[in-house]
Design a protein around this ligand. Structure first.
Ligand SMILES: NC(=O)c1ccc[n+]([C@@H]2O[C@H](COP(=O)([O-])OP(=O)(O)OC[C@H]3O[C@@H](n4cnc5c(N)ncnc54)[C@H](OP(=O)(O)O)[C@@H]3O)[C@@H](O)[C@H]2O)c1
Length: 295
């Protein structure tokens, strides 16, 4: 990355600020679209671009961004955990999740936040779900599952969170993390379809926190695995209707789309960077320009 690429342009652009996203791959990212439309709707002289940063170049890239006095940046796969080694401090939520997706330059210090946590919980809160006494099923034990557990640990009364994952070691780790957060987390075996079906049918909230669906893969949860009225959240946002959400629709469930998380995490990042209310409607409109509004 050119170290001077992000520097401001002298006095005439005093209020100019630069933001970016780093990841690999990153060319598919919708964050530049979302943030640039939010900036221009509020007449902010800010710009946001995407940089592909391979794993081996993470340290020097973060150093370059800091040196160029970047105002803030987002971090996506595969850097959400490793970036912690190269920034100055973490918010309490980012510490709990052990992952960062937003960095803010605060007087020359790079401070890491995790706005995926807000992105996950905001769509559930919008639906005014009563968490008391409910069972939740989460597929996956990666970064998004961690963010989900931190978010859910703020809710009282959850009876049980069942977590299923391919990699057993990662599953064990996330179960320990959930327990440390005060949640009653239970590991599930992926291969036992009967148990998965029973647990899934008892779940008021089902969250897909894996990448299953990104390439139109079939979900392990068929429509007869879900109870009518359950809330089914697929954090995969492209395609908008994944196989899981189509199955959930057939089962009469309430659908929560991955793009909702994308928008809410972006809104929170925007607010950390600017101190202004994030214009969710503008951000949503920019996304629907790409996706079309789901019907
Ligand atoms: N909507 C949003 O704003 C948003 C935000 C963040 C991420 N996402 C999406 O969410 C997905 C997960 O992100 P992440 O950050 O949690 O990734 P991550 O840390 O890499 O974790 C990926 C998870 O998916 C599982 N997985 C991947 N392929 C699988 C397969 N074929 N069968 C079963 N399990 C599979 C992995 O299981 P193993 O441990 O067994 O490998 C792991 O649990 C990505 O697709 C990402 O694009 C969306």
């Amino acid at each position: 990355m050119n170290k001077n690429a992000l520097k401001g342009n002298g006095d005439s652009r005093k209020s100019f600020k630069s933001f970016c996203i780093i990841g690999d791959p990153v060319s598919h990212s919708l964050s530049p679209l979302i943030h640039n439309s939010a900036f221009s709707s509020l007449n902010l002289n800010y710009s946001y671009i995407a940089f592909r940063v391979p794993q081996t170049e993470l340290e020097e890239s973060v150093y370059s961004l800091k040196k160029a006095d970047i105002a803030g940046f987002n971090v996506t796969l595969p850097h959400k955990v490793n970036v912690i080694n190269f920034i100055d401090d973490l918010s309490i939520e980012a510490q709990k999740a052990g992952a960062v997706n937003t960095v803010n330059n605060e007087n020359g210090k790079l401070i890491g936040y995790n706005t995926d946590i807000h992105g996950l919980i905001a769509p559930l809160e919008k639906r005014q779900i009563d968490f008391d006494g409910i069972e939740i099923l989460i597929l996956g034990a990666g970064g998004s599952c961690r963010a989900a557990l931190v978010a859910l640990s703020e809710k009282t009364g959850i009876k049980k969170i069942n977590i299923v994952n391919r990699d057993q070691k990662k599953l064990d780790k996330i179960i320990s993390m959930g327990k440390e957060l005060g949640l009653n987390c239970i590991p599930l075996n992926y291969d036992n379809n009967n148990v998965l079906k029973e647990v899934s049918l008892n779940s008021k909230i089902i969250i897909n926190a894996t990448s299953i669906g990104l390439n139109n893969e079939l979900s392990p949860l068929k429509s007869n695995f879900m109870s009518e009225g359950a809330f089914v959240f697929d954090i995969v946002y492209r395609p908008v209707f994944t196989n899981l959400l189509n199955n959930a629709k057939d089962a009469g469930c309430n659908l929560i789309f991955g793009y909702e998380m994308l928008l809410h995490q972006a809104k929170k990042s925007f607010e950390i960077w600017t101190g202004l209310q994030g214009p969710l409607d503008v951000m949503e409109k920019s996304l629907f320009g790409i996706f079309g509004e789901p019907k």
